[in-house]
Ligand binder design. Structure first.
Ligand code: FMN
Length: 362
């Protein structure tokens, strides 16, 4: 009986108790106002997942500052008090339906396709991103050439992440997730081919993970010891799906080991399929995160089948699972699965021609 499975048992992330282990993955839906305030559509969209039984909702990536972090036009931010205030309605609606909610803090770096506030396009190094801009987020053609971020801007960016986390806590969010994955700024630092710096942030893996460590530590210091904070890590990127860490498990040891010592409460790993080996054989990325990070692990990637996801958690590879496309198709996945009702297949049409929240999702 699915309803009796481990997915429907309580678990803890830091001091926070989740009623089950089924969470919504962060998904950018470009449905905020032009200046990045959450809208009524977003309130209804997020409340729907909470009503559907998910124990935790992780929001789409919100930009932390009104400098270079915004990635997409109509993306929400948490960069000023107006934006934080607008999120409060989302938080309250999700809480009213009995779920917890984390906000994802995302700096797009070189993958920025639109910024309401300033010219964007900063990166660890002036390396043009591979791949093409995302059409469903209003992008077209190649990514522009970014400029390398200066040392004083790095200090500012760390402070901006910390300030955004403090705003998130004040707005009522139950925790924050730092976006260190999918090819965005922090992952650009982690990735050897986009990071060609010769200072302490470039070179060996220990150096390339340094900014992620410093952001994690700064956020932790800013919000205090008891507030849930985690980071999302991936190998693949929105503009380079098949990227793998060059040193395989050795990189995993350094990356997860370093992050595990920063005072974070969880590591969220995402792979194309969470249950497949990270490096062509051997352990999954989630197992490596657990082994070397020593923290609760949230796993993502093709976990929309109940038995597959439950077996993965049962085996101790992850503590919580997040659903992306399966959640879009089934905003009530936890309830449906518990009642043994049939699940809907994901229809990519819901993200076309643009990825904004559709009438049917409110
Ligand atoms: C429309 C859409 C938007 C996404 N936006 C984000 C995002 O803002 N932040 C993030 O970390 N991942 C984002 N992702 C990736 C998902 O969180 C997830 O990793 C991916 O969908 C794979 O998981 P799945 O197999 O359960 O769908 C997005 C995915 C989709 C489909």
């Amino acid at each position: 009986m699915p309803a009796d499975s481990i997915l429907y048992t309580e678990t803890r992330i830091g001091k926070l108790t989740l009623k089950n282990r089924i969470a919504v993955a962060p998904m950018t839906r470009i449905s905020a106002t032009e200046d990045g305030r959450a809208t009524d559509d977003m309130v209804r969209y997020y409340a729907r997942f909470a009503r559907g039984g998910y124990g935790l909702v992780i929001t789409e990536g919100a930009y932390p500052d009104v400098r270079h972090s915004q990635g997409y036009l109509y993306q929400p931010g948490i960069a000023n008090d107006e934006q934080a205030e607008a999120w409060r309605q989302v938080v309250d609606a999700v809480h009213a339906e009995g779920a917890k909610i984390f906000i994802q803090l995302m700096h797009a770096g070189a993958l920025s396709q639109g910024n309401h506030w300033q010219e964007s396009g900063i990166a660890p190094s002036a390396v043009q991103p591979v791949g093409e801009q995302l059409g469903f987020y209003r992008g077209e053609g190649a990514y522009p050439m970014p400029r390398a971020i200066a040392p004083d801007e790095i200090r500012q960016l760390i402070a901006d992440f910390a300030a955004a986390a403090v705003r998130a806590r004040a707005a009522g969010f139950d925790g924050v997730e730092i976006h260190g994955a999918n090819g965005y700024l922090l992952d650009q630092f982690l990735t050897s081919y986009t990071n060609q710096r010769e200072d302490q942030y470039g070179g060996a893996t220990e150096n390339r993970v340094r900014l992620l460590v410093e952001v994690s530590e700064a956020v932790r210091r800013a919000v205090g010891p008891d507030y849930p904070v985690g980071i999302r890590i991936s190998q693949g990127k929105v503009n380079d799906f098949h990227h793998k860490w060059a040193k395989g498990e050795e990189d995993a040891r350094v990356i997860f080991g370093s992050l595990g010592r920063t005072g974070l409460d969880f590591i969220h790993v995402t792979e194309h399929d969470a249950t497949e080996p990270a490096f062509g054989g051997g352990p999954t990325l989630a197992e490596l995160a657990k082994r070397h990070g020593g923290l609760p692990v949230i796993a993502n990637g093709k976990l929309g089948d109940h038995d597959k996801a439950a077996a993965f958690v049962e085996a101790g590879h992850a503590d919580v699972i997040t659903l992306g496309k399966a959640a879009l198709a089934n905003p009530d996945w936890p309830k449906r699965v518990a009642m043994e009702e049939e699940l809907a297949d994901f229809d990519s049409g819901v993200l076309m021609p643009l990825a904004h929240i559709k009438e049917s999702e409110r």
